[in-house]
Structures are given as C-alpha cells and as structure tokens.
Design a protein around this ligand. Sequence first.
Ligand SMILES: C[S@@+](CC[C@H](N)C(=O)[O-])C[C@H]1O[C@@H](n2cnc3c(N)ncnc32)[C@H](O)[C@@H]1O
Length: 455
Amino acid sequence: MSNFNILLNSAKKEHEKGNFLGAKILYIRLLEFEPNNPDINHFLGVIYSHLNDKQNAYFYLKKSIEIAPNNIYFYTNLAKLLMLDDKTKQAIQLLIEAIEKNPDSAETCFNLANIFKMNNNYHKAIDYYKKAIQINPNYADAYNNMGLCQAEYWRSKDAFESFKKVLELNPNYPNAKRMYHVLEDKLVDEERIINKYKTSNIFSKFEYNFDENEIIADYLTLLKKCLSDTLRIDEESVEFEKVNEGGIIISFLAETMIGIKRLNNLHYCIVETIKNNIAGDLIETGVWKGGATILMRAVLKAYNIKDKLVWLADSFEGLPMPNTELYPADTNSIWHNMKIFNVSIDDVKNNFRNYGLLDDQVKFLKGWFKDTLPTAPIEKISVLRLDGDMYESTMDAMKNLYPKLSIGGYVIIDDWGIIPNCNQAITDYRKLHNIQEKIEFIDFSGIYWKKEVDI
Ligand SMILES: C[S@@+](CC[C@H](N)C(=O)[O-])C[C@H]1O[C@@H](n2cnc3c(N)ncnc32)[C@H](O)[C@@H]1O
C-alpha cells in the first residue's frame, strides 16, 4: 500500500472515531501530496464543519465542488453547512444547482424537499418528494415525509395514500401505521363535515348583492379569488365548492382559509358599517397569513376610508397550548401542534405588501390574545372578526373586544359550526351577558350578528 493510502486509511479511521483534530492533521498532510484531490478537500471540509470552523469548512467544501462539480455528495454536505449557518436560501439554491447537474439523484431531491419541509414550505417540499419518488419509486422515506407534509396541510386523502405506500414498501416503518390510522379516522370525519354542509339548508344562506361601483366590485371579487387561490378553478367544479363553501380544503398558495362565502360576508359587514356611519376600526383575532385582513384593508381603500384602522391580532407563531385548568373545553385541542399556523409577522407583512396594501392603516398586535387584547390601544370597533379556533382564544377576544364594538357594528365568528370549543365560548359569553341579537349563518360554520344593545 502506498504512503498516501496508508495515511488516508488512518485519517478515515480517526474521522470515524470522532477524533476530528487527529483526522484534520492527517487530511492536511494528504493535501500536500494531492492538493486537488476532491475527496480529501471534501473530507477536510466536513471535519472543519464538525470543528465549527466555518470559514475553512466553506473553503474546502466549495473547493471540492469546483474540482468535481458532478459529485452530488459534495453539494449535500455544503448544503448542510449552509443550513447550520441559517443560510437556507443559499442551501436551496445550491441543491437546485446540484439537481440541474445531476437530475437522476433522488437523494438530492429528497434533501431539498426536507429543507422546504423544515421551512414550512410544504407546497415546494411535496413537489421535490414527488420528483424523488419519480426517480426512485421505492423511496419509503420520501413517501413518509411527503405524507407528513400533506397531513400538515389537511391533504388528508393524499397523506393517507402516501402512508399506505410507505407501509407497502416497509410494513415496519416507524410511525407510519399510526399516521395511517389517524388519517383513516380523519377522512371519515371530513366526509361527515362535507356532507353536513352539503345537505344543510344553511349551506347557501349568505347571499348578498353588492350594490357598489362596478370597478370596486370587480377589484374586490378579483382580490377574494386571489386571496383564496381560486382564480384558476372552474366555478362549477366540486373543488371550487369545497374551497369556497367549506374553507376546509385549502390551497397551499392561498392567503386565507376562510373561503369566498365568508370573505363575502366580511366585505358585506364592512360596507354596511361604512354606509351606516358606524364608528370604529376593524379587527381580526387570528389572522394566519393575513388574507381576511388584507380584504379588510382593501375594502377601506376601495371606499376611500381613511379614519379606520385594520388591526391584526395574532401570536404569529401558532395557537397556544391549551390552558385546561382555566378552560377545560380546550382539553383535547391539538391546534398548537400544527406547524402550518406558524406564520411570522414578516410573512404577513409581505403578503400585504404583495397586494400593495401595507401602510399606516394596518396595525399589528403580536402576542397571545390574553396579553395583547386587554391593553390594545383600540377605542371603538365597527367589525370584529374572531378566528382563534379555541375556547380560550374566542373568549379572550369576546371579553376584551365585544364591549368596544359599536352599536350597529358586526361581530363575526368563523368557527362556530365546526369547532365545538369555539361554539361553547360564544354560547357562554352570550348567556353571561344576555346577548339576544339573532345569530345569522354565513355558511355551515361561520356566523355573525349586528350589535344592537350595549353590554
Ligand atoms: C384558523 S387561523 C386564522 C385564519 C385566518 N383568519 C384566515 O383568514 O385564513 C387561527 C390563527 O389564530 C391564531 N391564534 C389562535 N389563538 C391565539 C391566541 N390565543 N393568541 C394569539 N394568536 C392566536 C393562530 O396563530 C392562527 O394564526
């Protein structure tokens, strides 16, 4: 065996043992023999990553790619380093480059998908898991992670099929059996909800003929379609019906999950309060990506209203852990586990910016409702929209904001029909304050009423 190979074997052994300092010295000596050996440069880069010497790690990992641009593993390790260094965009860019150079690498597609998944970009993640599966149809890990993304985004049927496939490929795959059964139950549940709203006569309740300038009407109609990502869906299709009537099945690209009917209702409530000179700002408690509040700002803009603000109250990091001592109704709440609700304030601001609607009339209340709402600097409200999903979130919003709602203003509850805890909070609050105003149904879940009596 040559001196080079003896040294290389020792370096690899030290590397495997986790003696990174020892391995580093040996790899550096090896480079003296072969400075352009791509593997040695790569190994040394990996060692420097372990030693947290980023500058040298970047240098050697990049050099290995320069020398051997078609070696997919070199890209993977550099991408890992970029991820550790919080440089997600560069990592994504690098792996896209790697895939362009080597389109048959299922593993690179899988790695790229994992980065998108980690960043809650499930749409893109699923695209790349699909590519990985196309290249390697037996890729159980890709099916599994794709299933997790689909489940996270309420694509229950697709997720169910993915886990079914995982189990076909590997019946002992950890957790796949559990996910398969959870999704099986969920599908039955979703079917029940869809049937409920399809057969219910409240289904078509909210109809409103907007009597407004044609350009305003066109702008707001177009906006609602963009916000719900239904612009390209045939209005006669079942898919359209599900998205718009139910707000259950949502698009990855939509900025709102509430469906067109509830957007129409919001539009209606704002216009009514404008026409009737009802004082007060607009607020939504629970904004997610901000879609409903973007519509709020757009309606004010379309009607040239400058003296009303749009308030967005949200943690911008998802739902709270249930406080079962204070709110036993939330005991079974699992929403806090769902990563899709973690939408940052910057992402929401960006969504406003994309529609040209981020300005001084838009205000943010970041934090848990229990902390932000009691001291929110809001004097009066004309439209109060609640979409916090839990008993606690609904009660906190009612308790702190309903007294500020002007007579003639509207309160809208998104989850009344679909989430029993939310329904319970509204029932309790109405009972406590003897609220008698008639509840109007928007669709199978959303309700609203016009405030007629102060509490
Ligand atoms: C169902 S989403 C809202 C959907 C949104 N209205 C739309 O148009 O798509 C619920 C939101 O409420 C927020 N949320 C729920 N309870 C909260 C609480 N107690 N404090 C702060 N934010 C809360 C979550 O972060 C999440 O963004």
